[in-house]
Design a protein around this ligand. Sequence first.
Ligand SMILES: NC(=O)c1ccc[n+]([C@@H]2O[C@H](COP(=O)([O-])OP(=O)(O)OC[C@H]3O[C@@H](n4cnc5c(N)ncnc54)[C@H](O)[C@@H]3O)[C@@H](O)[C@H]2O)c1
Length: 434
Amino acid sequence: MNKIAVIGAGHVGLTTAVGLSHLGSYVVCADIDKEKIGSLTEGRISIYEPGLEAMLKQNIDEGRLAFSADVQEAIQRADVIFIAVGTFGENGGDTDLTALFDVAQEIAEKSNTDKMVVIKSTVPPGTSEKVKEIVDSFTDNKYRINIVTNPEFLREGNAVHDFLYPERIVIGLEDSCLTETMHTIYQPLIARNVPLIITNYRTAELIKYSANSFLAMKVTFINEIARLCDVLGADVEIVADALGKDSRIGAQYLQPGPGYGGSCLPKDTESLAHISRERKMPLPILEAVIESNQVQKQYAIQKVKDFFPDLKRISLGVLGVSFKPNTDDVRESPSIAVIHQLLREGATLTLFDPQAIHHAREIWGDRVRYGKDEYETVTAKDGMIILTGWAAFQNLDFDKIYRRIKGKVIFDFRNLYNRGEMEKRGFSYVAIGK
Ligand SMILES: NC(=O)c1ccc[n+]([C@@H]2O[C@H](COP(=O)([O-])OP(=O)(O)OC[C@H]3O[C@@H](n4cnc5c(N)ncnc54)[C@H](O)[C@@H]3O)[C@@H](O)[C@H]2O)c1
């Protein structure tokens, strides 16, 4: 049985560590964030990810999973080291790979046996080769350090399911001897016929970027169609439903909203566009997707301004800060752009989110108020804005809301409700494309 270290205990590293231990490997997950490691050791996770904490406790109890703030020790005790540290977007689309390269150097300098390094972080094509160069230049050549890339496709909010039931496993390598170890690690999934795609480094790296860029394009496409529906008087929900029934298109990622966000789609589209420009092989579709996504955020904001031309004396209850439901992640959330702009325009805001309010407090402090629940958030306000499609926001008690809210307007930027029903209840209803 391989001894595995996972370096980085964030959304991907933690899910990978918990998932691999659940599949039967012995895993130590290490991170430089001592506080995070402290709570993980006690079985507590600092992110909201359904099902992850229970699985983590189970695998700690069964002795297959441990956490450490000593990255060097974790490296030395492992045969296989997954790197899952953050890779960050920079202005202009370049990717900051400092954390990844630091870990690669540490592995090269501190290894005491042969190691296999598996890059889990999302990285621009060509990065695995750079990691190999770093490892080769910092090692004293006593031990062999092999590099494999194995991009992760999990969705936050569904991470446990996506790890245990992936639609494919992609592995990039330059030495076919390494296939066997990856086979052993993923054996329980391969036994279930999860497709395994083994290719070279650059192809594997590009698969991840292409997947995220394609998803961003799909969201953006339906957002553009929604804008067109608004001027044509067509209904984007019905358009999307009909499109989604076409198996060549598929129904997922066809829900209009205030733009895509999160820690992956914006960063990875920008990064791929940047690479294509650098390599003088531009991707005009992707450039348009990135621009159109900015337009979509402004489009949502404009809908509020059209209704309230002067926001200075307007108070709004805002439901949803996380970039999507079932996560507390607010990185690049479209809610942030919308809330910032409304504040700049002088609106008074009260925010509510089922899981992400601690992050909202970090961003806005006392510049906004925070509601205890959906109903307190909208009490005595001039209107209500839905920005995230949490299940809790899909079953609101509108009798209660009608009694509490002062201005009877609902900006439903996740298209959760039916215009006819809302208008029958006496609300003005503003959605996207319907
Ligand atoms: N979040 C997602 O849904 C998702 C999905 C697929 C791929 N990815 C990719 O996976 C990578 C990680 O993303 P994430 O969302 O898990 O990031 P994250 O910010 O949640 O976690 C990164 C972790 O790495 C740790 N770290 C940084 N430098 C370190 C070092 N030198 N040694 C040890 N630990 C270190 C940080 O303390 C942090 O806990 C990124 O490349 C991202 O693009 C993310």
